[in-house]
Design a protein around this ligand. Structure first.
Ligand code: ADP
Ligand code: MG
Length: 861
């Protein structure tokens, strides 16, 4: 059967016409290539054909992950080969000598093919996975190795899961030392060190049954190990193995990796079946001695994050040792009825099967149980924290003064309306949030409310109104911002508002003082401002959180507002208790990070939530554009034009996950590059996470004061900063950021009267998910819509474990677990109704688990 070159050419041409978008072929071009190659190998290719097959598979097997330019280059290269008349079109056998004369780019296959003993070896090997090869002659009884050596717990036997790993049989002190790098110290650590995925090596085959492109396992005897050199001078190790149905070549690119493959030994090998010079082979397969229990091969194999010097296959062995010997001693913390109701497996099965699953179904069941646990424990913790806070102490009720409130609204209208045709009006959502807050303030339970509203939705008005009501009821109020510059910004805005309001009849009649002060890092402890605060000579104190912690004495603190802030952690809470004499102050938090509704109740479950979804009228939506790499210079020019109009710009550098140090370095380089090569005539500022807070504040202040035209920054650029003159933000490596974060960045602009722009730059070989995300952010300006989209695309993990959320991270739960979250939430609330302190004896283990999780990882203990 000849090679079907016509079909190959047709499909590739079609793909070229479609601009290499990989959308013409059902399941993608790579799937077609896999099928085509499979058939081609079976057709008994000549040397030249084999070379072409090799080329096609090498170039296009991973088509979906290739960059646009690579796609084009490779397809054109192959099309040129295919269309060379008389070159390979005919399926005539050619002497293998012609193989070496091929004109394609460096191809290691040629080096191998030109080995003198090549013909001999080849002849001995089964050339292909032809279906006729042997299946009926060899019934292929796969030898079953015992899958588990699970230790059965002896009744009453106590085992300490906190035992150090060096005591574990099969690990020992030397390896235990290495495992500390992961870091794993105890058996418990190892049991809860979960894989992030599994490799499916469960398909055990005979050599003759191997299918090109599939991931398979074989058990075979090592026949020969030989090193050869490729033309590039690199060493290539060929290991030939055989079973009763044929021989198979395995290629390794590093001699160290073949350690343990001595001729005569029986091994089990797993890997993807590829091809080499027209023959199927395994490249760098995973293997282990056949008589050993299946750990690294022949099953669903866990893949763990690991780091030098711990090799993945060693880590697997050690974790398996722990699972086999100790998982059975894990105590069950989840009450039985909850397990039954929600169809959850027990904890022992879950841990065992999540590491080393018997099959996909049991892995899924294990995952479900562990993901449920995560949500359930977080939710219980959240509920307990809420109760603790509210039980602890009473709050002094702050009764709103309705008359004053009315005057305040009138005042705002007069103050803020420049166009008398369009009087300033609080949006309905702002009013609703204010209403919620005032209702809370009137109670003798301390308020714990979060106002969540997109950037620019007008949260400050809610804060200002609450502060005013606190002051009119005779209390002091504070507003805390995460940075100095944000605190200053609030101080300026609020002083203006309150100073003008203090001059109105309504305030004068009441003899009300509304004095605002800013407590900055520059203020010395001795200065009068501290005394004024403690004497009650100022009513509203604005500052950063750190300042409030540093021993400021209040006179009568009734309300604490935190803006763009991590919720209150344990430290702040205990200091606040001291501030509010015998009562707890009411606490209001404000955040611009939208959380999908389905998650809000868990993530902010210890808080009451008010959402501002409406934007004040007349806001011009920011125009967002995803810029393709070739158009980078257009983007640079666009920024220049804006600056020529008198505007300013932000440039955000890509996220570098390894470390802040590397990220800072990248930003320094980007800044230097832009300053030197692109904008030599403009003033460019630089901001990154390795700078001291004061340094950062100074840079931001300079930017605000227009000392720079462009600010180059890493992702540290803070939320909430108001620079109305900045009209364009360019985000490099936009695909690396989550939607929520992109949206936050975008909120840095669009605060003035002018049209603002957001330019997104990304590499050209974006994953499908990356492309989707950029399209979504291009199309929508609504933070909540984006948050929902983020949840769908990246799962709830994006929203847990962040600084903003203050709740523990998710390790197991993923993209599709939002439904599970609902179940866990319902169960947690039900349990909480019955036993709010988890003091019933049957909940003792559960209480311990919750405490563990929140103490170690949470911030609210
Ligand atoms: P954020 O929610 O991001 O903190 P701000 O409170 O800083 O938003 O408000 C953004 C801008 O919108 C401010 O200039 C503010 O004066 C203005 N603003 C707030 N509420 C309204 C409203 N109801 N109508 C018009 N403008 C408003
Ligand atoms: Mg704000």
């Amino acid at each position: 059967m000849p090679l079907d070159l016509e079909k190959l050419a047709k499909i590739l041409n079609m793909e070229a016409q479609d601009q290499y978008q990989d959308r013409k072929v059902y399941r993608g071009l790579a799937a077609f290539i896999a099928n085509w190659t499979n058939a081609a190998i079976k057709s008994g290719p000549s040397g030249d054909e084999a070379r072409l097959i090799e080329l096609v598979s090498q170039r296009l097997m991973d088509y979906a992950s290739l960059s646009q330019s690579a796609r084009e280059r490779y397809i054109q290269e192959i099309l040129a080969e295919v269309s060379l008349p008389g070159k390979i079109a005919a399926p005539v056998s050619r002497p293998s000598a012609t193989v070496g004369t091929a004109k394609t780019a460096p191809n290691p296959a040629r080096a191998v093919a030109s080995r003198p003993d090549e013909t001999k070896t080849m002849a001995a090997l089964p050339l292909r996975s032809a279906p006729t090869a042997a299946p009926d002659s060899a019934p292929a009884p796969t030898r079953q190795v015992a899958t588990t050596l699970r230790k059965k717990p002896v009744a009453g036997e106590k085992v300490d899961l906190g035992m150090p790993l060096e005591k574990v049989k099969g690990i020992g002190p030397t390896y235990a030392k290495l495992l500390e790098f992961i870091p794993l110290r105890t058996v418990h650590d190892a049991l809860y060190y979960f894989p992030f995925r599994h490799e499916d090596y469960s398909s055990m085959k005979k050599i003759s049954e191997l299918m090109y492109g599939q991931t398979e396992s074989v058990e075979a005897k090592v026949i020969d190990v030989a090193g050869v050199r490729t033309r590039g001078g690199k060493e290539l190790i060929e290991v030939v193995v055989s079973d009763e149905t044929g021989m198979l070549k395995c290629l390794f690119f590093n001699r160290k990796m073949t350690y343990g493959l001595k001729p005569g030994t029986r091994v089990r090998l797993s890997g993807k079946v590829e091809q080499w010079g027209g023959q199927i082979c395994l490249k760098s397969p995973t293997f282990e001695p056949a008589e050993k229990e299946k750990t690294n091969t022949g099953r669903l194999v866990p893949v763990y994050h690991t780091s030098d010097p711990v090799k993945l296959h060693t880590l697997r062995r050690h974790i398996k040792a722990c699972v086999d010997q100790y998982a059975a001693y894990l105590p069950e913390h989840l009450p039985e009825p909850i397990q039954t109701r929600n169809n959850l497996v027990d904890i022992i099965t879950a841990v065992e099967q999540y590491h080393f699953p018997d099959n996909e179904d049991s892995q899924k069941a294990a995952r479900k149980r562990l993901a449920f646990d995560e949500f359930f424990l977080i939710q219980l913790g959240v509920l307990m924290k809420r109760k603790e806070w509210q039980d602890e102490r009473h709050a002094a009720p702050i009764k709103a003064d309705p008359g004053l409130l009315n005057e305040w609204y009138n005042h705002l209208t007069n103050l803020m309306t420049k166009d008398p045709q369009k009087p300033f009006q609080l949006t309905d959502d702002q009013r609703k949030a204010i209403y919620d807050v005032l209702a809370d303030l009137g109670k003798d339970r301390p308020m714990r409310r979060m106002v969540q509203g997109d950037v620019g939705s007008g949260k400050t008005m809610v804060a200002a109104t609450a502060l005013l009501m606190a002051v009119s009821a005779g209390f002091q109020g504070t507003l805390m911002a995460p940075t100095q510059i944000l605190a200053e910004q609030h101080y300026q805005g609020l002083s203006r508002l309150f100073t003008s309001f203090a001059e109105t009849e309504a305030v004068k009649r009441r003899g009300l003082n509304i004095r605002v002060t800013l407590l900055t890092g520059n203020v010395k402890k001795k200065e009068p401002i501290y005394r004024q605060i403690s004497n009650g000579e100022v009513e509203i104190i604005i500052g950063t959180q750190a300042l409030i912690q540093e021993g400021v004495e209040f006179n009568r603190l009734g309300l604490v507002i935190t803006d763009e802030q991590h919720r209150f952690g344990v430290m702040q809470r205990s200091t606040l208790k001291d501030k509010g004499d015998t009562t707890n102050p009411h606490v209001l938090s404000m955040t611009a990070t939208p959380i999908p509704r389905s998650l809000a109740l868990t993530i902010y479950g210890d808080l009451d939530l008010s959402v501002i979804e409406q934007m004040p009228p007349g806001r011009m939506p920011i125009k967002t554009k995803w810029v393709m790499p070739p158009d980078r210079y257009k983007a640079y020019n666009f920024i220049r034009k804006e600056i020529e109009k008198g505007r300013q710009a932000f440039v955000i550098c890509p996220l570098v996950e390894e470390s802040e140090k590397i990220e800072a370095k990248a930003a320094v380089e980007e800044h230097a590059h832009l300053q030197k090569e692109v904008y030599p005539d403009l003033k460019l500022g630089l901001l990154h996470g390795r700078m001291k807070p004061a340094e950062k504040d100074a840079i931001m202040a300079d930017f605000r004061d227009r000392k720079y035209d462009i600010l180059v920054s890493t992702s540290v650029i803070e939320v909430g900063i108001d620079i109305p003159n900045a009209s364009v933000i360019m985000i490099e490596g936009a695909d690396r950021f989550g939607l929520a974060q992109l949206h936050q960045f975008r909120g840095r602009v669009g605060r003035g009267q002018d049209q603002s722009f957001c330019l997104l730059l990304a590499t050209d070989d974006l994953s499908e998910e990356g492309q989707k995300r950029l399209k979504i952010i291009e199309d929508t300006n609504n933070g909540f819509v984006l948050a929902e989209a983020d949840l769908k695309l990246r799962g709830p993990g994006e929203f847990f474990g962040t600084r903003q959320s203050g709740v523990p991270d998710l390790r197991v739960a993923g993209v599709n677990d939002t439904g599970l979250l609902e179940l866990a939430r319902t169960e947690a609330s039900a349990l909480f109704e019955i036993d709010p302190d988890l003091s019933h004896p049957e909940h003792a283990l559960l209480a311990k688990k919750v405490a563990q999780l929140w103490n170690v990882e949470g911030d609210l203990s």
